[in-house]
Design a protein around this ligand. Structure first.
Ligand code: S3P
Length: 172
């Protein structure tokens, strides 16, 4: 069994993935950590030193490694991973199940406001209003890819244990 968690930055992919993996005795991989380990650099540094196009190219490359190996694993993908090139097609064709963690824009904005300095895609949004406007448009564009996931979870105030339960019921 393999599970790919997809969704916008701040949607809780890693938090939920870790808890579910522990509960189901599966391994867990955070794709951002995996990519940082392979490149020997933080994502923010990769963006700064080599630019976003290089990052997206490496992201597409390492995605393939994750799609081909790692059985019995829950993989939390980067927010942009399914949205470039043919990544979503490759995810759908691979062994395993994709899950979209769908969080409303206002909640994403609240979560992301304090974290935007570490997130190269968001760091220029310097007021909560600008950030919300950006997230709204960006999520709208990306939803085309996210909505192709096999399973969708709508987040509307459930606690982490409730969401993990819901995920477990839909997946197992
Ligand atoms: C990105 C999301 C990040 C990380 C990078 C780009 C994006 O991952 O891959 O900063 O374009 O949405 P998380 O969604 O795990 O924060």
């Amino acid at each position: 069994m393999k599970i790919y968690l997809i969704g916008y930055m701040g949607s809780g992919k890693s938090t939920l993935g870790k808890v579910l993996a522990r509960e189901k005795e599966m391994d867990f991989i955070d794709f951002d950590d995996y990519l940082e380990g392979k490149e020997g650099k933080r994502i923010a540094e990769i963006f700064e030193e080599k630019g976003e196009i290089y990052f997206r190219k490496q992201e597409a490359h390492y995605l393939q490694e994750l799609l081909e190996g790692f059985d019995n694993t829950i993989i939390s993908l980067g927010g942009g991973t399914p949205c470039y090139g043919n990544a979503m097609e490759r995810i759908k064709a691979a062994e395993g199940t994709s899950v979209y963690i769908n969080v409303p824009v206002d909640e994403l904005t609240r979560r992301l406001w304090s974290q935007r300095d570490h997130r190269p895609v968001l760091k220029h949004q310097n007021t909560p209003e600008k950030l919300e406007e950006f997230v709204r448009k960006h999520l709208f564009e990306r939803s085309y890819y996210y909505n192709q996931a096999a399973i969708k979870i709508m987040v509307k105030g459930q606690s982490v244990p409730q969401l993990v339960n819901e995920l477990g019921e839909k997946l197992f």
